[in-house]
Design a protein around this ligand. Structure first.
Ligand SMILES: [Zn+2]
Length: 309
């Protein structure tokens, strides 16, 4: 499941869980507060959202902070101005300066707002975009890769295959070396050959199982000594200079995707088809793709082809 889908699911599930009980019982305020806190804690988690900061905390040693629970208590009584003396008692200098920079609007009541949306209401979409923006700022994509990603998402093939390709070129496939011993335990060997540690590069390019698939379907195997990411990126480089056609890229992706799904089926569902079956699946999918492209590009020929049969 994609990161975006997981985010939506977490939000929906965490909202839906209490609804059944709420239909029958009035939940205590304490429980509702805890439910809200659990959701807020998720979004404030540094791993899930680096941009959201925890609310300002009172400075250490301040013994009266628990007396203040509302913003208006920080105003000078009878005015709409911050009580500077009180702020200095409660908070550090940095936080006091920050609070003093906030304008007070006495005619409006306090409420929580989400500044990433015009309607000031929280949305998973804006939160997700902000997270992606932050991560792309910390890991800038170079121009070459940017062009490759752009071309990748425009490939005329199934979304699931494009998504697999994106994960492969971004080094995001969940192989044993990525998951680590905490998830997969002691056995880090490739499930297809049991001879080498499993990595995406080994599984798709170098494993004896996958080399047999590549050779049987395309008549060659990779002679690249680099990583899977570099190998796939090189496909788009030679596509760019016209040495191969887009259909060739799609054939390669179909084979890599079939190797990956075979591996996943073996690990997760204990299915173990023979290489002949996998080779036939690859050829069928490649033929279907060629036919689909043929039909969409040349409708007049498609009619003739139908007539022949
Ligand atoms: Zn292997």
């Amino acid at each position: 499941m994609s990161e975006a889908a997981r985010t939506v699911m977490i939000r929906n599930v965490s909202n839906v869980i209490p609804i059944y009980h709420m239909q029958s019982f009035k939940l205590p305020d304490v429980t509702i507060k805890k439910l809200n806190y659990a959701q807020q804690a998720f979004w404030r988690n540094k791993k899930t959202n680096k941009d959201l900061q925890n609310p300002s905390q009172p400075k250490q040693g301040c013994s009266v902070s628990h007396n203040y629970t509302h913003v208006h208590q920080l105003f000078t009584v009878g005015t709409a101005e911050w009580d500077k003396d009180l702020l200095n008692i409660l908070f550090s200098v940095t936080i006091v300066d920050f609070i003093l920079s906030i304008s007070i609007h006495p005619a409006r009541s306090d409420r929580m707002i989400w500044i990433l949306e015009k309607n000031e209401s929280f949305s998973v979409k804006s939160s997700y975009h902000k997270m992606m923006q932050e991560s792309s700022l910390s890991q800038p994509v170079d121009i070459r890769m940017s062009k490759i990603y752009c071309r990748l998402w425009k490939l005329p093939t199934l979304p699931r295959i494009k998504h697999f390709l994106w994960k492969a070129i971004s080094d995001l496939l969940s192989t044993k070396n990525v998951l680590g011993p905490a998830v997969v335990g002691e056995d880090d060997s490739c499930p297809m050959c049991n001879l080498h540690p499993e990595s995406a590069t080994h599984l798709i390019m170098n494993c004896t199982f996958s080399r047999a698939i590549w050779f049987a379907t395309l008549g060659w195997t990779s002679n690249s000594t680099g990583s899977l990411q570099e190998w796939i990126a090189s496909w788009f480089d030679i596509l760019q200079n016209g040495s191969i056609k887009e259909a060739e890229i799609i054939n390669r992706v179909i084979i890599a995707w079939n190797i990956w799904t075979t591996r996943c089926n073996k690990v997760l569902q204990q299915k173990n088809p023979t290489p002949e079956v996998i080779i036939q699946q690859c050829k069928t999918l490649m033929d279907e793709h060629t036919l689909m492209t043929y039909n969409s590009l040349q409708p007049s020929l498609r009619v003739n082809r139908v007539n022949v049969h």
